[in-house]
Design a protein around this ligand. Structure first.
Ligand SMILES: Cc1cc2nc3c(=O)[nH]c(=O)nc-3n(C[C@H](O)[C@H](O)[C@H](O)COP(=O)(O)OP(=O)(O)OC[C@H]3O[C@@H](n4cnc5c(N)ncnc54)[C@H](O)[C@@H]3O)c2cc1C
Length: 380
């Protein structure tokens, strides 16, 4: 089940080779320096990795989320920061593919899919995170334009992105008052505040985005006024599969490192892997990794088949991100004192894993989604 075909395995192998050769040598240094290298996204774009599910007609690979997950897992095994970058530049593509007009797709998709352009998704604000429908950024119609004002917080690729999908209020309170806009990165009035100093994911820039009288043409509106919350939530449904795949990559990286170390490291005259306490820890790590992978692949397969997948994507996000936190924490334990130092990458995996439980809807919010699905299913 979910066994990759030869072509799918070849795509994953190409991604793995690129990541090991190019990201591997710099992953630790960039984590320490909090450095993001947009040129590496362009290089991945040249391999087709920035637009895997975008149709070929718009410069993508025209493949499915299963392939997307295989590739994200490979990138995350080396650098979760760059896996998140590929997933985030994918969010505007999901949105344009589903909701864009022909002109909007033609204007942005080829650049995003090829990696020439970098995309961002701007929903969160200082006062509205989980409660995204309470966002305060406004967009006011003025003739053939909209004028946007507000502050977006925590925006991945903020200041680097060529295009932002910005959710702003055009109507009354609540989700029905929210609209979605395409805002070019060089729009006058768009500026950037503080860059967050983070625990993990440090090679991924997270930046405050300020909109001061940013004027966009009326045709920058996606779909229609009041549709923006649906645009954002639909994108996040798919995005959660990519966060799950990134987390599976982190699990695998931690499991690989810990297993090798447990064979090499000797205490009391024998490899520590032969102590049942360590062997069982590795066994649990392997179980969590495989469970997470299966559920992420199931969510991807449902999406690729055009079947309802939101609740499974939520389950995959919770399961894979909780697994990543547990497996990376156990990897540090297997390494003992060495695991707590920067000499080995397992401490970075652990720091990177934490945010996966928070982004694209916290795991508490995912549990709400799953509970609501159960209530509907059982007639509540
Ligand atoms: C590194 C990073 C990158 C990010 N990138 C982006 C981005 O590119 N674009 C973007 O728009 N946003 C981005 N975010 C923001 C992210 O999506 C939010 O941080 C997240 O949605 C949570 O919002 P919050 O931080 O305001 O927490 P809050 O919503 O304030 O939540 C605080 C705590 O309360 C819990 N909680 C809240 N409501 C409920 C409830 N109803 N039931 C149970 N528990 C609840 C939460 O689960 C959490 O534990 C990013 C954040 C980080 C850290």
């Amino acid at each position: 089940m979910f066994e990759p075909t030869e072509d799918q395995a070849a795509l994953a192998a190409a991604a793995r080779a690129f990541c090991e050769d190019t990201l591997g040598p710099i992953a630790r240094e960039d984590d320490e320096a909090e450095r993001f290298r947009p040129e590496l996204i362009r290089a991945m774009g040249e391999m087709g990795l920035c637009g895997i599910p975008t149709p070929e007609a718009y410069g993508g690979m025209g493949l499915g989320y299963f392939e997307y997950c295989l590739v994200l897992e490979e990138i995350a095994r080396v650098s979760a920061s760059y896996a998140v970058s590929i997933a985030v530049t994918g969010l505007p593509q999901i949105i344009l593919n589903l909701f864009g007009t022909e002109a909007q797709k033609a204007a942005w998709l080829p650049g995003l899919a090829s990696g020439e352009l970098l995309g961002a998704f701007a929903l969160s604000e200082p006062g509205s995170g989980s409660d995204a429908a309470s966002l305060a950024t406004t967009a006011v119609r003025d003739g053939d334009t909209y004028v946007l004002n507000g502050t977006k917080f925590w925006i991945t690729h903020g200041s680097y992105a060529d295009v932002y999908i910005v959710m702003a209020r055009t109507g009354g309170p609540g989700p029905r008052g929210v609209s979605a806009f395409i805002v070019p990165g060089d729009a006058p009035g768009l500026s950037f505040g503080k860059k967050e100093e983070k625990m993990g994911m440090r090679a991924s820039p997270t930046v405050e985005v300020v909109l001061e009288d940013v004027r966009v043409p009326a045709d920058a509106l996606l779909k229609e006024e009041g549709f923006g919350f649906t645009v954002a939530m639909t994108a996040l449904d798919s995005g959660r599969i990519t966060i799950g795949a990134t987390s599976v990559g982190l699990c695998q990286a931690a499991l690989d490192s810990a297993s090798r170390y447990a064979i090499d490291r000797k205490q009391f005259g024998q490899p520590i892997v032969d102590f049942q306490g360590v062997g069982f820890m590795l066994a649990d790590m392997a179980c969590r990794t495989e469970t997470a992978r299966l559920l992420v692949h199931k969510a991807a397969a449902l999406k690729d088949a055009g079947r309802p997948f939101s609740h499974v994507a939520a389950m995959a996000k919770v399961t894979a991100t909780d697994a990543a936190m547990a497996v990376t924490t156990d990897a540090v334990q297997v390494f003992g004192g060495y695991g707590y130092t920067r000499e080995y990458p397992v401490e970075r995996y652990m720091r990177d894993a934490k945010v996966m439980q928070i982004v694209e809807g916290t795991n508490q919010i995912q549990r709400l989604v799953i509970a609501r699905h159960l209530k509907r299913t059982y007639g509540g």
